[in-house]
Design a protein around this ligand. Structure first.
Ligand SMILES: *Cc1c(COP(=O)(O)O)cnc(C)c1O
Length: 490
């Protein structure tokens, strides 16, 4: 399997590269990203052969199709981490919510949000590659709350990897912050930044672009890598659970072999949705992929009109913060796959320069043959959380956006899989408000209130957070980040 660059080749880099290269250095020519050149395909017989198999063997079979250059023992070690999920036999359970409406729960890993599914195996692979090349890697993460804990968890105590994780002080939930500042290991550094998530991300980006910063790392023999979803190493593991959830529908005899389904994804950086797109292209019988958004509905506009525009928008803080994104990075891989590198480069340049681009009618139609989209306000989301609770199911505010689009788009003639990306414990104040009416609770109060109301237990990993010692107390100004990072890696 070879990878090509989304914006074409600048003549300085290789024209196509292997998987290991893409993982270690994910940034391509002209600021583009790496995309699979030729996706492998599977047929009906492949799917049927996987029905009796486990999640891990499906993952291995899918990755084998990709033919990537990773040793099989490293791959096995990476996939064995799924044994640490709540149910080792089924790390991604599929639950029936209503007739023809199923929820694929992606949050049963150590940090209780779906980032674990890809980051857990990714951590093993990145560390193994760095060791093989005798390379020291620095992974810089800016997080709004879910990626940080998952990255720290997967990389802690791993050889040849150091992680610096930046979070906006006051911009995450208490649980998310505690998941980070109590994660203690010599190769981890967590820093609170005075400012919001945009400031944090902007500070990181300008540091990554700084020649002097890169030189200082090079002087210390350290190379930079990325653990966000521009890294294809994460996307690979996000194709698998879409196929798995389809197999679950077959196992539960909701559908027959060959039947088409709808996949409904709560979207931010479009990694989850891109995994669904690739799964469909590889042969999974998917009628449409529904892109669900919150009030930051840039993706809804893109799919419904062909216009991608951020020039006339400000980022809105919503109750589904992991989807508070305007520039959705993985959209670029869709552009590349549908329209090629030259068009992608033009469109991304327009977006950088003018803050928007417009697809033509033919391109927009092509997009709409695959995707449909809608968005959900915070108030609507609360109502869906309330309604699901009355039906006996606890929904998080990200997943709630999918129920809105399930209703509004009336695609319910086919079975739908909605992807649930976070456990109730990670966004408890909103959920508590939706089901009990209490406002302004702390995470701890809200967790207890929900547990009482729903008669369920708060998972141990969450309650334990409130008693763990804090080993990363620092909160600093943006201007101090670079020195802090250099001090840590020296
Ligand atoms: C990261 C995240 C999302 C968005 O996923 P993308 O792959 O970036 O589109 C949605 N919900 C939760 C809870 C998340 O952590």
């Amino acid at each position: 399997m070879l990878f090509k660059e989304s914006r074409g080749n600048d003549g300085l880099r290789a024209e196509s590269v292997e998987f290991s290269e893409v993982i270690l250095s994910p940034i391509a020519s002209f600021g583009g990203i790496y995309c699979p050149d030729n996706l492998p395909e599977f047929d009906q017989a492949f799917l049927e052969s996987q029905v009796p198999e486990s999640y891990k063997s499906l993952a291995l079979a899918m990755i084998t199709l990709f033919d990537i250059n990773i040793d099989s023992n490293i791959l096995q070690q990476a996939l064995d981490l799924y044994d640490q999920f709540d149910d080792a036999n089924n790390p991604v359970p599929l639950i029936k919510l209503r007739d023809k409406l199923y929820v694929s729960e992606l949050y049963h890993g150590p940090t209780r949000a779906f980032k674990d599914i890809a980051l857990q195996p990714f951590g093993v692979i990145l560390s193994a590659l760095a060791q093989q090349r005798d390379q020291q890697c620095l992974v810089l993460v800016a997080t709004s709350g879910d990626t940080g804990p998952a990255a720290l968890e997967t990389f802690k105590n791993r050889d040849n990897i150091r992680v610096v994780c930046l979070y906006p002080e006051g911009g995450t939930s208490d649980v998310q912050r505690l998941q980070m500042v109590t994660e203690c290991a010599p190769n981890l550094k967590v820093i609170g930044i005075e400012g919001n998530f945009d400031d944090t991300q902007a500070a990181l980006k300008s540091m990554l672009a700084s020649a002097s910063f890169n030189q200082r790392l090079q002087d210390r023999g350290i190379s930079l890598s990325a653990a966000n979803s521009v890294n294809f190493g994460r996307i690979l593991f996000q194709i698998i659970y879409h196929v798995h959830s389809y197999l679950e529908l077959l196992r539960q005899q909701v559908i027959a072999p060959g039947d088409k389904v709808i996949l409904n994804v709560p979207s931010g950086n479009f990694g989850n949705a891109l995994g669904a797109y690739y799964a469909r292209k590889m042969g999974l019988p998917v009628e449409r992929i529904v892109i669900s958004s919150n009030a930051n509905n840039v993706l809804t506009e893109w799919i419904n009109t062909g216009r991608y525009g951020i020039v006339d928008r400000c980022l809105i803080s919503t109750t589904s913060p992991a989807m508070d994104i305007l520039k959705s990075s993985n959209v670029e891989r869709i552009l590349f796959d549908l329209f090629g590198h030259q068009r992608t480069r033009d469109l991304m340049q327009q977006l950088d320069e003018n803050g928007c681009y417009q697809l033509d009618t033919k391109e927009t139609t092509q997009l709409q043959e695959i995707f449909v989209a809608d968005f959900c306000s915070d108030e609507e989301g609360m109502a869906y959380i309330r309604q699901a609770f009355d039906d006996g199911y606890l929904l998080d505010p990200h997943t709630a956006t999918c129920l809105k689009s399930w209703d509004s788009l009336s695609l319910n003639s086919l079975a739908t899989i909605v992807y649930s990306t976070a456990e109730w414990t990670k966004f408890s104040p909103v959920i508590d408000q939706a089901i009990t009416g209490k406002v302004d609770s702390t995470d701890q109060q809200a967790l207890e209130s929900i547990a009482r109301t729903a008669n369920i237990k708060i998972p141990r990993v969450i309650t334990a957070l409130f008693d763990k010692p804090i080993c990363h107390p620092s909160v600093i100004a943006k201007s101090e980040i670079e020195e802090e990072v250099i001090r840590f890696v020296s």
